[in-house]
Design a protein around this ligand. Sequence first.
Ligand SMILES: [Zn+2]
Length: 312
Amino acid sequence: MSNKLNEKFYHAIFISPHLDDAVFSCGAEIQKIAQKGKVLVINIFTLFLEEDKRSKVFLGEERYIEEKNAANYLNFESINLDFLDAFYRNDKYKKLANIFKQSSSSEAKLIHEVSEKLTSLLSQIDFDVIYLPLGVGWHIDHLVCHELRLNKLFADKIIFYEDMPYAQILPSLDLRFSQLVPMKANKHFIFMNSFLLARSFLACGMTSTIKPNILKCIIFPFIFIFFLKLLMIHKKNNSFDKKMTYVPKVSQNSEFFNRKVQAIKMYNSQLKVLFGSEEKVEETYQTYSKLILNNNKAVERFWSIDAEITKG
Ligand SMILES: [Zn+2]
């Protein structure tokens, strides 16, 4: 993929940790903005050393073609920064579970490198707004991208998006916010939330391939313990900024829903592990929309930083 940008000005830029996140999380918002202006998706971790089919998530050349097809279909420009995907950066990440157990501070050097390369790219262009992942789900590559919020070029242009499909697992969004803004914790916090995460995870599309259902009951304690350990690790990784308040904006997008689902299905290599199957994609987003707004409208939710409070 070429590293040259076609435009000098973009209405919106989406920072996508991987070749799929922008579409999975903001597929409707991209269409909405692309109706009136130019949209650029910057994919960060797009370098795969060798094709790997042992890991549950497929990494390889096919992913560039998927992104190209979705970009043509939804009318956005796509560029890759070609940083190594976590899987290839460190042997500890060869174990999928470890990708979710790190804090962003463990990748300080990488955050700096990504920020430098991004700064050099963005210095060639102008833009109205930049979308970054909130880091829901704690995938280390998503956390690194979230930390790019500190880049001085972004100023007050940042909007955060909820990382899908992780954000459908309750209460993962609240847990992420408990790291970003000070919240009162109670003593049952970790046990209760580990239970809720395990229950929600085993009910979502990602685990729909686990059959028969009785198997889910058998593995429930193991999943619970996994989340318990995960929450204990991330409980220590708070990065509060008392001056920051996150303000939600729910974007209704029923008219863009079908094309969003079609675009998501173009990332065929990721569907089984992240949604269970192609058929589950639509259902996943309907469930997610209902979590946000209890009616039949399709929605995406974004978070901006309250400017008044930030100034104070
Ligand atoms: Zn991702």
